[in-house]
Design a binder for this molecule. Sequence first.
Ligand code: ADP
Ligand code: ADP
Ligand code: ZN
Ligand code: ZN
Length: 751
Amino acid sequence: MSGTDQEYIVITNARENNLKNVSLRIPKRKITIFTGVSGSGKSSIVFDTIAAESTRLLNENFSTFVRTFLPSFPQPDTDGIENLSMAVVVDQKRLGGGSHSTMGTITDISPILRVLFSRVGQPHVGSANMFSFNDPQGMCPECNGIGRRLGVDMGKAIDKSKSLNEGAIMLPDYTVNGWEMNMLLQSGDFDPDKKLQDYSPEELDQLLYAKARKVQMDFAGKATNITVEGVIEKFTNKYIKQDVKLKSERTQKAVMPFITEGKCSSCHGSRLSQAALNCRINGMNIAELSSMEVGHLIRVIQEISDAKAAPIVKSLTERLQHLVDIGLDYLTLDRETDTLSGGESQRVKMVKHLSGSLVDVTYIFDEPSVGLHPRDVHRLNDLLVKLRDKGNTVIVVEHDPDVIKVADHIVDVGPHAGSRGGNIVFEGSFQGLLESGTLTGTHMKRPLELKQDCRKASGKLPIRHANLHNLRNVSVDIPTGVLNVVTGVAGSGKSSLINDVFLSQHPDAVVIDQSAVGVSTRSNPATYTGIMDDVRKAFASANKVNQGLFSFNSKGACENCQGLGVVYTDLSFFESVKMPCEVCEGKRFKEEVLGYKLNGKNIAEVLEMTVEQALEFFELKEVKKKLQAMSDVGLNYITLGQPLSTLSGGECQRIKLASELHKKGSIYVMDEPTTGLHMSDIGHLLEIMNRLVDTGNTVIVIEHNLEVISQADWIIDMGPDGGSRGGQIVFEGIPSQIILEEQSITGKFLK
Ligand code: ADP
Ligand code: ADP
Ligand code: ZN
Ligand code: ZN
């Protein structure tokens, strides 16, 4: 092989999914960005071909002995891939891990902070483990390092202005004249007609918290021993110390309103033991540092002047700086990772790799700009450049022009989606792309226009005195009957205001987010949208057989794969691996079922149709309507039988949108619906939103995309910055006004 060829990852005739013999040279140790309309084949190249081959190669490194326990990873459908280094996929999957996984633990910053305290904290306490809430030595013994404890909501449980006979105890078991209340009164310890506020402290304590004791009572003339205990004590033992989720649904419903989750009263939520909390550096303990915003923490760390700490301070500063650089300065180290958004999760993972020492890795990012305000995109670009300059190959799937600009090499996939895509339509520089005449190039040149004829509100939905997370006593009216766009830099408080506060007051709203759809591995667009029911009926009546035959979980399904079309092999230390079913060859049905036809096609052939093909094939009104909805949200290229588990976050959101369009919900809430959408698809999305508004609905969209913002009827801009420097409304009004607003960062970028 020639010297220059080793400078490239060389792919020859890739054919995964819709790819049409794609041959490609990706420069190594450079940034290559893949763009193109949704469904054109970007993921098929980047994930299904490049990342898949890397996994397979990695597997080949195991000894033959180990490999006999592993499935053989299928080779991606190509004639060859050369010069591939180890690939690491940095995606938007949420970081799970439960309450013991925090920003600090996942970025490896907390362990370093612990070492710092064990070296220079005063008084000197001991090993670094003493400062870990995941270690028995360091955790608060009361809450086992969780920081929270369940308790009784006393305000709801007890009404002190009443007597027992008037119903002072509002807990479910204590109705006046009920069994529990009678037991309590029979004990003779309490005055049933005295208001609780007139009880002495001792009496009240006895009533509420007395430990269980046996009391002899008279039952129908017989002396009987009965257990009596304090009201709150009993409730705690019965419903809080035991898992209430194991009780009947009815009991849970009755009991849950009285249970609150609050900070652990022993460690005040810090999760740590008293010894750990007593140890301080410059007057601050480790819990205080962990609850500081990273942007503030980095300055506090730099003020530590003890010479023994110098190397640790340096290493902490470096890692914290990475978080600041990527625009996560508003997060705290004690933030639980499962509360981070998809975009935040991806950026946190990125930081982990920046601090690592691997070189010559192929890093693959999936739309890393998700959740980032245009103001912060340059920070992302800086990090991509840093990764490259460490000697890595960086491959990015991205739609944002401001990220595309940073590429050393751009690959535009298209020209359209699905079978009308699968080709490389442009390769080269940013300037070249602008002049290429491809959909991407053309859209990138188009100037932004601000909406002028904004709709007038038909009413308003008020939010009053919201104080959750960083929100600072926010009161705002959301106009109804218009397209609202909520904007602001990451961490300014958009999700807290809309997803948490607003939605808790409007549970009837239709929420269309990016979380995965489909609970079963058998779910696909046809089952999700209800098309499958109509299709089954049509097959049944055309062939005069039972419609159950055409269901994946019936006797008509292939017995080898149970109608999945693939066979899953579960491995304890790998993600499960799927292989096509050998019996039905992925067709999912028995031979006999495939003999039944509808207008010349069998059920497997129908499920292989794309939405676009199915629209031509079906004449049934019901089916057409549902297919049209999918087509309207830009999902023409998806096949009816494609497992929902293979859809991206953005595609999941659009399929939900398609099936929710006909709901009579009057409020629609969407969280960054442009995720995964090419510029040319955003027009479709806007049409759908406008149609929803035109039919009398209120649409509320959280969005960073400037084209969507420019087409809003009403903008609510949060800020001015992220975290503690945000949490306020900086602008409410129409697009042509926001560009005049000094305070608004969004306005500046629209201009
Ligand atoms: P992009 O990443 O550009 O949005 P993809 O590579 O995901 O596009 O998809 C290209 C085409 O391949 C689409 O028609 C898509 O529906 C199809 N496709 C992608 N993944 C699968 C899969 N696992 N099974 C079947 N079809 C798929
Ligand atoms: P945006 O949606 O504008 O990116 P968020 O509402 O997600 O902003 O965040 C606003 C602030 O609230 C940030 O400082 C963020 O770290 C904090 N925050 C958000 N969710 C949580 C949570 N579950 N727990 C603690 N803090 C949170
Ligand atoms: Zn505790
Ligand atoms: Zn099968």
